[in-house]
Structure formats: structure tokens, C-alpha cells
Design a protein around this ligand. Sequence first.
Ligand SMILES: NC(=O)c1ccc[n+]([C@@H]2O[C@H](COP(=O)([O-])OP(=O)(O)OC[C@H]3O[C@@H](n4cnc5c(N)ncnc54)[C@H](OP(=O)(O)O)[C@@H]3O)[C@@H](O)[C@H]2O)c1
Ligand SMILES: *[C@@H]1O[C@H](CO)[C@@H](O)[C@H](O)[C@H]1NC(C)=O
Ligand SMILES: *[C@@H]1O[C@H](CO)[C@@H](O)[C@H](O)[C@H]1NC(C)=O
Ligand SMILES: *[C@@H]1O[C@H](CO)[C@@H](O)[C@H](O)[C@H]1NC(C)=O
Ligand SMILES: *[C@@H]1O[C@H](CO)[C@@H](O)[C@H](O)[C@H]1NC(C)=O
Ligand SMILES: *[C@@H]1O[C@H](CO)[C@@H](O)[C@H](O)[C@H]1NC(C)=O
Length: 333
Amino acid sequence: MATPGWAGRTMLLLMSCELVCLTVSAPPTVTLRNGVKMPLLAAGCWQYNSSTAFDSVSAAFSVGINMVDTALDYGNQDGVGRALASFPRDQIFVETKVPGCGLDKSTLNLLDCYKDTQKNLESDLSLLNVSYVDLVIVHFPPVTSFVTRSCNNWSGGCEMVRAQWKAMEEFYKQGKARAIGVSNYCPSCYDCLKSADIFPMVNQIQFHLGMGTDPAGFVSYHKKMGVQLQAYSVLGNNPIKHSASEEILRGNLTTSIGKSHNKSSVQVALKWVVDQGIPAVTKSANAKHLKEDLDLWSWELTAAEKEALDNHRNPAGSPSFACSSETASEFVV
Ligand SMILES: NC(=O)c1ccc[n+]([C@@H]2O[C@H](COP(=O)([O-])OP(=O)(O)OC[C@H]3O[C@@H](n4cnc5c(N)ncnc54)[C@H](OP(=O)(O)O)[C@@H]3O)[C@@H](O)[C@H]2O)c1
Ligand SMILES: *[C@@H]1O[C@H](CO)[C@@H](O)[C@H](O)[C@H]1NC(C)=O
Ligand SMILES: *[C@@H]1O[C@H](CO)[C@@H](O)[C@H](O)[C@H]1NC(C)=O
Ligand SMILES: *[C@@H]1O[C@H](CO)[C@@H](O)[C@H](O)[C@H]1NC(C)=O
Ligand SMILES: *[C@@H]1O[C@H](CO)[C@@H](O)[C@H](O)[C@H]1NC(C)=O
Ligand SMILES: *[C@@H]1O[C@H](CO)[C@@H](O)[C@H](O)[C@H]1NC(C)=O
């Protein structure tokens, strides 16, 4: 049989979605401050090129995952866009990221944060080939803040945060994003946005089993601020090996808890996160794994298992690489 052409492939995907999406119930949602409902599970695509992103995100949608997380910096927006094209736009929650305000790579000059963010937001939409996204977030605090490890205690820091955020607010008001937020933001960055018109709705941070339930006070801090946390590297991805943490995959705790529920160690680690009401972004290039990643709501952890997981410490990780020395307790809410 000849390989189906583009139209044929689209039909196959739609058919497989009709078969699968009707039988697999969509993940539960959390409600953002503006009423937008965000699924508790997303398929990510960091470290994937366009073609792997297309394959993996298409597979994720086909097994019933209804949310994708990508970023302009991942360089795979066109692949994600091609995967999106096979599904009705309103069936998928699309999240993307624009780079934190930074330096021009060739001249090393500081960029105009407002104009640069406007430009990045528009190119993100056009690469994804959609008329709106469900959520767009600022990928990280201004790059210059990595030197001081704080947004607000160096000259010009807050100005950069505010200029970038102004472009985000405008994009939201134009209806091009249903919600706006940040990623890797530190409490000092929010200090710069105290008088913003629209406060960030989401902060996507590193959060996974082994970090405890309130690393650096970020969980309680964001709860008080009304900012929804979202977890990335939720399986403790090793950025060099590009794989989930050994402790999560093969550690005694996740393995033994998984066994007693006939679930995998990864499912235990993912369930621990989403049970806290924190949406998780994971990724896989393997459709069987993606299907497992979605099966988090047909079973329950016992109270003793949950306590053991809460108290587990390893692998280490800090919520934000941009402010690893900053804890929420230094900041007054
Ligand atoms: N905002 C930020 O700065 C930021 C930073 C990092 C990540 N993120 C986002 O968060 C996403 C996830 O984080 P991450 O990429 O660091 O990866 P991760 O979710 O911590 O780990 C991904 C790895 O887990 C494996 N995996 C997934 N499901 C599995 C299963 N059921 N059984 C066994 N192995 C499984 C996958 O391997 P296989 O392919 O072999 O299944 C994959 O290599 C990213 O893709 C990105 O969208 C955002
Ligand atoms: C994309 O990545 C996959 C997996 O690493 C690789 O096999 C493929 O050759 C890459 N494609 C391109 C166009 O680089
Ligand atoms: C973008 O989407 C439109 C449909 O909305 C489609 O006709 C067009 O081919 C897509 N463009 C690309 C480059 O995929
Ligand atoms: C800024 O704050 C961070 C931690 O909040 C601290 O480590 C750093 O030394 C401060 N920098 C300056 C220039 O005060
Ligand atoms: C994990 O289990 C193995 C075999 O049952 C045991 O040898 C090892 O000490 C355990 N490790 C931890 C950290 O409990
Ligand atoms: C355990 O899970 C596997 C895969 O999800 C399934 O095929 C099998 O039937 C399950 N076994 C029991 C005893 O439930």
C-alpha cells in the first residue's frame, strides 16, 4: 500500500482520535484566575527537532492528551503546528513561550524588551500557524538577571520585566492568547509587576518527586499570590542524557509503590505531582509511554504512600534555574 499523502494522514489521525478520544476521558483541569480551564497534563517537546516534535505531539494527541507545551526557543514550532493542523483547534490547549528579555546574540546589545517581545509573540503564532494560543508565558526572567540572581536589585531589571510584560498584556487583550504567564520567575520578579494591569496567571517551574511539596517556599508563595504553578521536568529530566531520572525510573520507592497498583514508577511520580493540583508537562517519543502518562486518574495513592513520596528527597532540583539562590520567604506577599 502506498504511504498516505498529507490528506490521507490527516484522516487517519482524525479517525484514530475519534476512536481513542471518545473512550479515553480527558485529564481534569485547573481553573486560572480569569476562568480559563487548563488541563493537568501536557505533552512537552524540549530537545526535539521539528520532525520529532511532530511525531511525538501527534502521538500524544492520538492517545488523548489534549495539551501541548512548546517554546519559540525550542525551534520546533512548525512541527508542533503541523501536528495541531490535524485536530480541531478548540480541542487542544496550546501553550508556548517567548524568550525572556535578553541580549541580541550577534551584537550582544540589550534588546528593546517591549518591541522584541511583540515580534517574538507574532512569530510564535505564525510558526504555529494558529490564530490564537491558549497560554503564552515568558520563558525566563531577563537574562541579565542571571548574573545578579534576582530581578529587582540591579539597575534596569524591573524596567525590563515591565516592558516585556506590557507586550504580553497587549497580546492578551488582542485575544491572541487566552491566558498569559511566566516561567522560571522568582519572587523578586513579581515585585516588579506589583502595579501591572494583569498579574501573571501561571508560573511554569521545575517541580518533581524528590523536591518535597514546597521547594524554596514556591508552592505556598504562589498560592498566596493567586498564580497557578505548572511543573516542568516533572520526571527530573537529565538535560545531558535527555531521559527521566534514574531515581524516578528505577528507584525503590516509585517502583514498589507502582507495583502495588500495577502501575509504572513514572506513573507514580506523575500522579504525585498532579494530585497536588499542579499541572504537569512531561514528554515522550514513545506512544506507549504517552498512554501511560495519561493514566493517572483511574487509581489512587494511599495516604501512607503519599506521605512517603512527600518526604522523599532525590533527585534534587530547584524551582528556577534563574533564581536558585532565592527563596520565597525573603519576600512579603
Ligand atoms: N520552562 C522551562 O524552562 C522548561 C524547562 C524544561 C522543560 N520544560 C517543558 O517541560 C517538558 C518536560 O520536561 P523535560 O523535557 O525536562 O522531561 P521530563 O518530563 O522530566 O522527562 C522526559 C523523559 O521521560 C521519559 N518518559 C516519559 N514518559 C515515560 C514513561 N511513561 N515511561 C518511561 N519513561 C518516560 C521520556 O523518555 P522516552 O521518550 O523514552 O519515553 C523522556 O525522555 C519539556 O519537554 C518542556 O516542554 C520547560
Ligand atoms: C530529528 O531528531 C531525530 C531523533 O534524534 C533524528 O533521527 C532525525 O534525523 C532528526 N531530524 C533532523 C531533520 O535533524
Ligand atoms: C496553515 O493552516 C492553514 C489552515 O488554517 C493551512 O491551509 C495551511 O496550509 C497551513 N500552513 C502551513 C505552512 O502549514
Ligand atoms: C541580588 O539578590 C540576590 C538574591 O536575592 C543576591 O544573591 C545578589 O547578591 C543581589 N545582588 C545585588 C547586586 O545586590
Ligand atoms: C533498594 O532495594 C535494593 C534491593 O532490594 C537494596 O539493596 C537497596 O539498599 C535499596 N536502596 C535503598 C536506597 O533503599
Ligand atoms: C496491569 O497493567 C497492564 C498494563 O497496563 C495490563 O495489561 C494488565 O492487564 C494489568 N494487570 C492486572 C492484574 O490488572
